[in-house]
Write a protein that binds this ligand. Structure first.
Ligand SMILES: [Zn+2]
Length: 356
């Protein structure tokens, strides 16, 4: 546990639910943990006791699932175990996906089909999930090649790897349900008799939905507030001028107003208390990163030049694409703040330098 983590309170200590099992974390809320085949090796999903009208219009007790896991056999097998052992014989009534990333929405189509239930998402996340699952031009792996080349990534081997990632997202999210129920900022959602509220956020994904229940004192934070790692804030090809860090920092302000003792249920890491402490840590983290970038930009720097300054370690292609996106997002924050100016050099690469 690093010093920052030890400033947080973990009410369940090191207890984790084994794959295919669940752990009660709040009244009517159970924690599931599924494996991921990445450096980030797990995702937390949540089961909420719920009651919704059945096909005959009568109230039917069951479960609302929050987030889905990626589409692979291991995750489907873990879900099957959950269905037989953890649902107390009751059905799944609906599926909510906090956002469009593969670990969150990967199995949404399978879950919705299997239980014949609707998918709830914000329109921004739903649209992106559909676009990326279909591998549409501009939202696929190869679109990254000209984007990252323009930002100084010139290694032909790396660019060839990016070119080959055409099916990366569709391989993890082969399908997304053909229709959805819209979640919106501030929208009340009755789940199991309790009132939950949608809190949208940007900077990590287009329109991320976190869920807050004031009466239970619980925030399902998705990827917007994580206890150990900082949320990825990247500028990708489809929105090349984005101010992802600025958007993320602004979105954090919405969570800062929640009560101190809120139990935070994050998508990665362990449930914790200390939301305001964590938000302050994240703000300090980005301030320190921006400071590094600001100092480096005494002379012109591309995003590729910034990567080794911010990430002083070997990066595989998956990590490098996030590192490029993050480096660019920090450059953009300073550019939008008027501290840096952007120039396109004769080699076609965009570089940022302190404004004189
Ligand atoms: Zn995410």
């Amino acid at each position: 546990m690093n010093p920052q983590e030890s400033a947080l309170d973990y009410p369940f200590a090191d207890t984790l639910p084994a794959p295919g099992t669940s752990l009660a974390v709040a009244p009517g809320v159970r924690w599931l943990r599924m494996a991921l085949p990445f450096a980030l090796n797990h995702i937390n999903l949540w089961l909420l006791e719920d009651t919704q009208p059945g096909p005959d219009g009568q109230p039917r007790a069951g479960w609302t699932i929050i987030d889905c896991g990626i589409a692979n056999d291991d995750t489907r097998a873990a879900w099957e175990q959950v269905f037989t052992q953890e649902l107390a014989g009751k059905p799944v009534l609906r599926v909510v996906a906090t956002h469009c990333h593969p670990d969150h929405v990967g199995l949404a189509a399978w879950l919705c089909e299997r239980w014949q239930v609707p998918l709830y998402m914000t329109v921004g996340e739903y649209g992106f999930a559909r676009m990326m699952s279909a591998g549409l031009p501009g939202a696929d792996g190869p679109a990254m090649v000209p984007h990252f080349r323009r930002h100084g990534l010139t290694d032909p081997a790396r660019l060839a790897q990016l070119e080959g990632r055409k099916n990366y997202y569709p391989s993890l999210v082969p399908a997304v349900p053909a229709h959805f129920v819209r979640l919106e900022e501030g929208q009340p959602l009755t789940i199991g008799g309790a009132q939950w509220q949608v809190i949208t956020g940007t900077g990590h994904s287009p329109e991320h939905a976190a869920l807050y229940c004031a009466s239970a004192g619980v925030l399902i934070s998705g990827d917007m507030v994580l206890p150990r790692i900082s949320t990825n804030t990247s500028v990708f090809a489809i929105e090349p001028e984005a101010d992802a860090v600025g958007q993320f920092l602004q979105s954090l302000g919405k969570f800062a107003a929640l009560p101190q003792d809120t139990l935070v249920l994050p998508s990665h890491g362990k449930p914790f208390r200390g939301l305001q402490v964590r938000i302050a840590q994240l703000r300090e983290h980005h301030a320190a990163r921006l400071d590094e970038v600001r100092q480096a930009c005494v002379r012109p720097q591309s995003a590729a030049d910034i990567v080794p300054i911010m990430f002083n370690r070997e990066l595989d292609m998956h990590q490098l694409s996030f590192a490029m996106g993050e480096a660019l997002a920090h450059l953009h924050r300073l550019w939008y703040a008027g501290e840096l100016q952007r120039q396109q050099d004769a080699d076609g690469v965009l570089r940022f330098v302190q404004r004189t």
